[in-house]
Design a protein around this ligand. Structure first.
Ligand code: PLP
Length: 400
């Protein structure tokens, strides 16, 4: 019997998860692998958030909530948008999900007609295109390489819009490139969208707080207020508060849109865990010094890896502006021969060589829709990162 439907067969499992599993398997066999493949903070969730969750369980907040979320969480999200972004949302303009990932599922499930197009600048987060395809949509991928600082230009956006375009989906600060769109760049994209009222915008702002360089983060909602009626801002607590396992993401947009998302939520998981909702409210309402400390550490790590990898000949490195990724172009190594006589033809083969020869796990650019690049996550200790720079340099120097 074949179990897999045509729909399921149309997508792949998350490639970054696959690399990380391979690295874990090598480690289990006693190999000393440094894993730079996963986009996950290496810190523990702050203690006051954990305490809020324990208190929630002890006080019986262990039941289904409304699919729209607990009022205290929605109030905390409304307050967050006001305090941190200066944006005004009503309680019924908020939607929550089991991670920002489920927000994307709810949004596409609820709004895409078969063949509806979603413009996705590449490199993109690995899941975007598969989530679109899974919901019957067609990703319109627009390549934006290192030469363009990995950012979509207004002209390219204009050229990608068709009568079937439903959404423009982008992510700043970016996974995998670390690029941040400036306010002026967002305004310029907004001007194009003004001319195409049938196109809605999904702005994935999950790395909002993780800013490593001089370009400040600006929410799309702040840059383009005139598009408020067709903008969905996506965010979550995973990255900012080291809460990836709690599975809590949220979004803000016009009520007619969040209503659709909440309807999808009501018939899928009903609601995210009540305990995670309370923990997320505590995170958003509580002291923000964890975020400040973590970001200072990411900055130091970003500087370390950017200079370390830039010093390796043949890697074209842009210093990350945000998030915790470096995305060097590695064209100089494509076509070279490994010591065992195999030729490296693709970035996927290069990443696999770096894993076996250098014992460093990375994700190839191919997973993010552009080649040849490798993504290195610097959400690990500076000590690990220094060793990784050394090992990658050594392994690459053996290619002829
Ligand atoms: N968006 C981007 C760009 C991400 O990198 C990730 C996680 O890696 C997510 C969304 C999903 O985050 P969550 O844990 O909230 O589902």
């Amino acid at each position: 019997v074949t179990f897999e439907s045509a729909r399921a067969a149309s997508i792949k499992s998350s490639p970054s998860m696959a690399v990380s599993m391979a690295a874990k398997a090598m480690r289990a066999k006693g190999e000393d692998v440094i894993d730079l493949s996963l986009g996950e903070p290496d810190f523990d969730t702050p203690a006051f958030i954990v305490e809020a969750a324990i208190e929630a369980m002890r006080s019986g907040k262990t039941r289904y909530t409304s699919p729209d979320g607990l009022p205290e969480l929605r109030a905390a999200i409304v307050a967050k948008f006001k305090r941190e972004n200066g944006l005004d949302f009503e309680m019924d303009e908020i939607s929550i999900g089991n991670g920002a990932k489920q927000i994307l599922f709810n949004a596409f499930l609820g709004t895409l007609e078969p063949g509806g197009e979603v413009i996705v600048p590449a490199p993109y987060w690995v899941s975007y295109t598969d989530i679109v395809i899974l919901h019957g949509g067609v990703p319109r991928i627009v390549p934006c390489g290192v030469e363009e600082d990995f950012k979509l230009t207004p002209a390219k956006l204009e050229a990608a819009i068709t009568p079937r375009t439903r959404w423009f989906l982008f992510n700043s600060p970016s996974n995998p490139t670390g690029a941040i769109y400036s306010a002026a760049e967002l305004v310029a994209l907004g001007e194009v969208l003004e001319r195409h009222p049938h196109v809605c915008v999904m702005s994935d702002e999950i790395y909002e707080h993780i800013v490593c360089g001089d370009v400040p983060f600006v929410s799309f909602g702040v840059a383009c207020p005139s598009l408020r009626g067709r903008t969905l801002i996506i965010n979550g607590v995973s990255k900012a508060y080291a809460m990836t396992g709690w599975r809590l993401g949220y979004a803000a947009g016009p009520k007619s849109l969040t209503k659709v998302l909440n309807k999808m939520q009501s018939q899928s998981t009903t609601c995210p865990s009540s305990i995670s909702q309370i923990a997320a409210a505590a995170a958003l309402n509580g002291p923000q010094d964890f975020v400040t400390t973590a970001v200072a550490e990411y900055k130091a790590r970003g500087a370390l890896v950017a200079s370390g990898f830039a010093a390796i000949p043949g890697l074209d490195v842009r210093a990350p502006e945000g998030a915790f990724y470096l995305f060097p172009k590695c064209e100089a190594y494509i076509g070279k021969m490994a010591p065992d006589g195999t030729r490296i033809e693709t970035d996927t083969q290069l990443a696999s060589y770096l894993l076996t020869e250098g014992k460093v796990a990375t994700v190839p650019g191919a997973a993010f829709g552009v080649e040849p690049y490798i993504r290195l996550s610097f959400a690990t200790s500076r000590e690990n990162l220094s060793i990784a720079v050394e090992r990658v340099g050594q392994a690459l120097s053996k290619l002829r």
